[in-house]
Design a binder for this molecule. Structure first.
Ligand code: GDP
Length: 411
């Protein structure tokens, strides 16, 4: 079954059981009921790390989850901790909170070593939550494949010893998978557990927590609580009425990932790069000596090939223009068109501000044009899907410090 129909079936089954899948149907209504009004400044500070007023820009340091929450996870007595690791389906490797995942893995291991006679009941555990699933081309994907792929990517980010108590594919926007996630979290947290929701800025954490709160029937009208004074909202916040009387759900400030290209873009540039609707592929058949630009942000060169051509599919926001041409012209493209025809960056002055333009080289071999052989993902931007029969040498250019991740193909 395709991913979308799988998820729909899940929803339909629930409604047969008479449970509240009304999440989807009455979403607008519920949103009205449970939405908390937070002033624009608080929202801005909390989710984007700066105030959206150019004359009063206040940049905030990253939230240090490891220092702030780490000691509480490691506590040998007390309630069980459950960490929800959020990753955006459209930018998995860039958004995955790998430092926190690593911390959970290491803390669990240390606990295990301390307890020779079986695992203690308060071992910290992690659940992987893939958000914004509706952005993937769901009809052409199988839920099982995405599940396995996400689990493998999480391990690639945090280390092979990361144990996951569950993997959930969700779309808060559509209500997909939210009830299953809530039920599982309740089960894992038990009566007195502490649940920490963790994710990079813009991963969809607020939207998801609000959807979970609605789904939990927190009808008090108030779900996410925010302190009234900016500056005090930057720490951990308790979300009431979701998990029951004694178990606690904590929202943590969005993490700032320097390796995500988005973290160095202006709000205006971010709007162009962020994916809002189901992603659509743009595919090219290209030869050695040709290049594909994604705006003025990344470029893939086919440097060498053992076959005539390869297929390259670009998965990125449709608002970012692509350009295919000869590699020998790439330098003048950068000089003459970056920041102008090829945006973002917006304006030629921004090109230098984004950093040094650097290349990574990949040797790829594949045996089929039908299936994509591999992806090369650019954190915070999207990815190139490569399909080839033979061998290729590829050069990937982007700004220094932005993560470039070769991985098994998603689509
Ligand atoms: P946070 O910074 O992690 O709290 O992220 P937000 O909840 O504010 O969401 C960031 C952006 O992603 C907003 O533009 C949301 O509308 C969008 N978003 C959140 N969840 C979803 C989702 O499930 N699907 C889609 N397509 N967009 C989403």
């Amino acid at each position: 079954a395709s991913l979308k129909s799988g998820l729909l079936q899940e929803g339909q089954e629930k409604s047969r059981e008479g449970q509240a899948v009304a999440v989807v149907a009455s979403e607008a209504e519920a949103e009205k009921k449970s939405k908390v009004v937070v002033c624009a400044r608080c929202h801005s500070l909390r989710h984007y790390g700066h105030v959206k007023r150019p004359d009063a820009e206040v940049l905030l340091p990253d939230f240090d989850f490891v220092a702030a929450v780490g000691p509480r996870l490691a506590s040998p007595s007390g309630a069980r901790s459950l960490v929800l690791l959020l990753a955006d389906a459209s930018d998995f490797d860039g958004s995955f909170p790998r430092a926190v995942a690593r911390l959970v893995a290491v803390t669990s291991e240390a606990h295990h070593a301390d307890w020779k006679h079986g695992a203690p009941s308060n071992l910290p555990r992690a659940v992987l939550v893939v958000t914004k699933l509706d952005l993937l081309p769901t009809p052409s994907l199988s839920p099982d494949d995405v599940h396995a792929w996400a689990q493998a990517r999480a391990r690639a980010g945090a280390g092979a010893d990361l144990q996951l108590a569950g993997v959930h594919l969700v779309s808060a926007a559509r209500g997909w998978g939210v009830r299953d996630l809530l039920n599982h979290v309740r089960e894992l947290a038990g009566a007195r557990g502490k649940v920490w929701a963790v994710g990079a800025r813009n991963v969809g954490k607020s939207t998801l927590l609000n959807a979970i709160a609605r789904c939990s029937g927190a009808e008090s009208g108030q779900t996410l609580t925010e302190a009234p004074v900016p500056g005090t909202t930057l720490g951990v916040i308790r979300v009431d009425g979701v998990l029951g009387a004694q178990a606690k759900l904590f929202d943590t400030p969005g993490l700032l990932h320097g390796h995500q290209l988005t973290s160095r873009l202006t709000p205006e540039e971010q709007k162009l790069v962020q994916v809002r609707k189901e992603m659509r592929p743009r595919t090219y058949r290209i030869k050695a000596g040709q290049s594909i630009h994604i705006g003025g942000l990344a470029r893939l060169d086919v440097e060498d090939l053992t076959v005539g051509s390869i297929y390259v599919t670009v998965w990125a926001s449709p608002l970012v223009p692509l350009h295919m041409g000869k590699t020998e012209n790439a330098e003048s493209m950068m000089k003459d068109h970056f920041g102008l025809q090829l945006q973002p960056p917006i304006g030629q002055k921004r090109v230098k501000e984004l950093g040094k333009w650097v290349r990574k080289q990949f040797k790829v071999s594949g045996n089929s044009w039908d299936a994509n052989t591999m992806d090369i993902a650019i954190s915070g931007l999207g990815w190139y899907g490569i399909g080839l029969k033979g061998e290729a040498v590829l050069g990937l250019w982007t700004y220094d410090g932005v993560d470039v991740v070769p991985r098994s193909s998603l689509v």
